[in-house]
Ligand binder design. Structure first.
Ligand code: KG4
Ligand code: ZN
Length: 330
């Protein structure tokens, strides 16, 4: 069978990324131009500034992706771009650029869901992984338990009722003065602490999550006692959220009758969360997670998800538009 080369384009938040992926699983290049340094001084992503920087970066990032993959535009079979969810102005840059390329090169265009991209990152790292499986998606914008029935068939069985877990990490980090983006900083500091601080449990029915209560509890503890040990606070916060993630994932796996649990999204780069899931292997679970660079936003995962859409016949046209609150397909 002929190889299929997908050009992936990602611009949903603060990373401009373009990748070249062969047959959905083999990364030939994955160039990521992060704007973290630019947004750092504002304590979070400023949408207007993100869009402007995507516009400035996207052509150069694309050229570099082609060069690293040692291909030209002619070699591309399909162009996959993130069209949602994300920041509308940021998404529009990638969507418009992809549409322009598709029109000029006469190549098919596949609008791709960013969350499906996070799931597909696992296909790149684990060549043998095939649906069905359970996926826990934990990112800056999402906290979902999803039954991946097939490459293009998803069923959300649990979700956060308030904050996404990444938001909680970022907020805790900001309040205790660690800066932005908070997740990696909490991860690092927690290693120096012990989970000795009691945090109030929020009871949720079924497989849903809630993180606003623990976030507020941490903020209050820190305000009441600014001398509180920050490393212990981070370790306690991580343990608290991880216990809930593990508990709900096990309930979900039992409900679906699967022993395969994949992690996806930026927060799945967290070392404590990973370790706690790895420990489940002793209980007979198969645990998968993407390599760190594929956990946070990147275009290789978009190319992979776009490839599976493309081979199942889903192709977009030039009316493709950004959809900031795009849901996972069912
Ligand atoms: O998947 P992602 O890059 O963007 C979204 O689609 O939202 O996730 C970004 C989130 C941020 O909240 C960031 O703080 C968090 O992932 N994150 C981490 C770690 N690395 C990134 N959270 C905890 N521990 C980490 N090591
Ligand atoms: Zn993401």
């Amino acid at each position: 069978m002929k190889d299929i080369i997908t050009l992936g384009i990602e611009s949903s938040c603060d990373e401009t990324s373009v990748a070249v992926v062969k047959n959905g699983r083999e990364v030939l290049s994955n160039v990521i131009n992060s704007q973290i340094k630019i947004h750092e001084k504002f304590g979070g992503v400023v949408p207007e500034i993100a869009s402007r920087n995507h516009i400035e970066a996207i052509s150069g990032v694309t050229e570099e992706a082609l060069e690293q993959a040692k291909i030209t535009f002619d070699d591309i079979d399909n162009i996959a771009c993130t069209y949602g969810p994300g920041l509308v102005g940021a998404l529009l840059v990638g969507v418009s650029y992809a549409k322009g390329l598709s029109y000029a090169l006469k190549k098919p265009l596949t609008g791709t869901n960013h969350i499906e991209g996070h799931i597909a990152a696992n296909y790149i790292t684990h060549k043998e992984l095939k649906p069905p499986f359970l996926c826990l998606i934990i990112s800056g914008g999402h906290t979902h338990l999803v039954h991946i029935q097939d490459y293009d068939k998803f069923n959300i069985i649990g979700r956060t009722k308030d904050d996404a877990i990444g938001e909680a990490f970022d907020k805790v980090a900001r309040v205790i003065g660690l800066g932005y983006p908070g997740g990696p900083k909490v991860d690092k500091l927690a290693k120096e602490g012990k989970p000795t601080i009691e945090l109030p449990k929020t009871h949720m029915e079924g497989l849903d999550f809630s993180f606003s209560g623990v976030k507020t509890a941490i903020i209050n503890l820190h305000h009441k006692n600014p001398e509180i040990n920050k490393a212990d606070l981070c370790a306690s916060f991580e343990k608290y959220v991880t216990d809930i993630l593990v508990e709900n994932s096990l309930k979900a796996a039992e409900k679906l009758g699967t022993n395969i649990i994949c992690l996806a999204g930026g927060v799945s780069a967290n070392s404590y969360i990973r370790q706690e899931f790895i420990n489940l292997q002793n209980k007979g679970y198969k645990i998968y997670y993407p390599e760190p660079i594929l956990c946070t936003d990147n275009a290789a995962m978009i190319a992979s998800a776009g490839y599976y859409r493309y081979i199942s016949g889903v192709v977009s046209n030039l009316e493709l538009n950004a959809v900031p609150n795009l849901k996972i397909q069912n």
